[in-house]
Design a protein around this ligand. Structure first.
Ligand SMILES: Cc1cc2nc3c(=O)[nH]c(=O)nc-3n(C[C@H](O)[C@H](O)[C@H](O)COP(=O)(O)O)c2cc1C
Length: 214
């Protein structure tokens, strides 16, 4: 083993608990409660989530993206449609989202099908981004190989001049995806690794709630 000291690192969890009687009957409401707690806790990147996708032949990939909104329609993030994740979602429109909030000793897993948000939604969010981020979306062929950082910085310099007016349209390859959940799992760390896990699965338009063994 390269570093044997890792095996001794251990964190006890005893901050809170989760039970069928205290959890909301609607998983979106439960997520909203936990997001409120996360925002109050003032942790770094509270909306960062691991997005897992897979190619048509089932090879998985994962990366962090930012949750930009959620409601009963689903969970929205924005990206480059031609990126690896964008290509995988085009051929296999299913994804898992994973939040780990260490300070709260909580994780949430969400999985479901994925659709693109409307062009209007993408336009609205794109135009709310800072000028340099909007220019960056034109400069970066996300996930493609480039020879050096100079390549992209040269492109950015040209684009900054091109869009000096400040008016940057949304690139057609950039926009949002909406994950429409059919499963949620809320996990609260507990003593001696006997964690609380409550799972919601969609069955005939109804959310069935079950407790899972830790
Ligand atoms: C905290 C954090 C937030 C990020 N947010 C986004 C995001 O909202 N959208 C995005 O496309 N990439 C985001 N990234 C970059 C992605 O993790 C990833 O590197 C990029 O999207 C390319 O992924 P892909 O090649 O697997 O498609 C973020 C990275 C971090 C660490």
């Amino acid at each position: 083993m390269i570093n044997t000291n890792l095996a001794g690192l251990r964190q006890e969890y005893s901050r809170s608990k989760l039970s069928r009687s205290s959890i909301a009957s609607d998983p979106f409401e439960q997520f909203a409660h936990w997001m409120d707690d996360v925002l109050k806790a003032e942790i770094v990147e509270p909306t960062a989530m691991m997005l897992s996708t897979a190619s048509a032949d089932g090879k998985p990939s994962a990366r962090v993206v930012l949750l930009k909104g959620f409601d009963k329609e689903g969970f929205v993030f924005f990206t480059n449609y031609a990126s690896r994740k964008g290509r995988e979602l085009a051929e296999n429109p299913h994804a898992a989202l994973h939040f780990f909030w260490a300070d709260l000793q909580r994780q949430v897993n969400i999985s479901g099908s994925v659709i693109r948000v409307t062009a209007e939604e993408s336009d609205e969010y794109f135009q709310s981004r800072p000028f340099t981020s909007r220019v960056g979306a034109w400069a970066s062929n996300q996930s493609e190989k480039i020879d050096s950082r100079t390549v992209i910085m040269t492109k950015v310099a040209k684009l900054l001049l091109h869009y000096a007016s400040g008016n940057v349209p949304r690139p057609p390859h950039w926009g949002g995806f909406r994950v429409i959940p059919d499963r949620f799992e809320f996990w609260q760390g507990r003593e001696s690794r006997l964690h609380d896990r409550i799972c919601y699965t969609l069955n005939d338009q109804n959310w069935e709630i079950s407790r899972l063994s830790p």
